[in-house]
Write a protein that binds this ligand. Sequence first.
Ligand code: ZN
Length: 419
Amino acid sequence: MDAWPPAPVPILPPSHDPDLDGRAHVFDTVTRGLRIVGPEQGTAGLYVCGITPYDATHLGHAFTYLTFDLLHRVWLDLGLAVDYVQNITDVDDPLLERAAETGQDWEELAAEQIELFRTDMAALRVLPPRHYMAATETLHLVIDTITDLRSKDLAYQVADDEYPDWYFRSASVEHFGVISQLTREQMIAIFAERGGDPERLGKDDALDSLLWRLARADEPAWDSPHGRGRPGWHVECTSIAQRYLGETFSVQGGGRDLIFPHHEMCAAVGRGVANGARFAHSYVHVGMVGLDGEKMSKSRGNLELVSRLRQQGVDASVIRLALLAHHYRNDWEWFATDIDSAQRRADAWRSAFASSHGTPAAPIIDNLRRALRHDLDAPRALAEVDEWTSAALAGDGTDPDAPRQVAAAVDALLGVRFG
Ligand code: ZN
């Protein structure tokens, strides 16, 4: 699948501050602490779970992809290459249910929503994944993964005469549970809430996850050595990640609601395939965005969409600034007035970047790097630019190159550029 066109990323001058940390540190869900992510040199591998294409792109999703865009930009600024992979779950129960509700063809719905997502991401200047892979174009990868798991007795067919679907022995894999750190009872409860089927009869273990769902009437299905059917969600991400990033890679990311079951199950399948080798080095999770006091979610129908704001005439750079005003680890609530404060900030920055001089750029560029390398602290980075902006607008500083240099740093590191 084609991703979206990349925005150019300016290359910034190296820092001369000996105290500036030369690595990216991000909060890792497994170790519950800051951890260096990415290699010292070479290529960082990033897998961020993509959308199920309906209701694209609400602000909760946009916040997640922006967060990993910051990490992408931090790595680029550190001189690393970034191999970024994202999937599209373009065949799954929620998509098929939505299509059935509205009477729309599921493929048409998916295609429309994928296009909308791509347009939103390009407008927000999110750097595109190198590999943007849809479930329907990677069926062969899933099929191969299941063949491999079967050969290791990690896959089995559920005892169901009508639909003996294939399941993965999740709980039998070593280290199952280290990401979520939940008790078995908590896992079962959350699994049931988030699309799992712990209560299904015929499974060997309540926490085993679906690998391949055999064809039902009126559902899309594909031929495979495991029977005609369609892939489960967790095995989809694992298969795509391992195909393009190798057995083990730097970071798997997503919203905090993906910790369990999704990322726990992905990691378990990954270890099963890789004979026990860990899946991602680190797991990074983004807080939930609320609207009117509740988590923004498709099932609740309380969504604010990037495309709707853009239709209302809000500049995408202003949406980006409104989202970056929140730290990625916090849960927060969206208010319509967030746009007003982001617009004021954008206006001030734009004026400062256009001024004829300012205070020197090097210290503020160091501070931006420091903030982002320390757990992607975007709010602190914005405050640094605000401070420089206020000084520039007050007429402080005589460096004629500073406005252009600060604008380039804001573009490279924060992805904010005014058209
Ligand atoms: Zn995923």
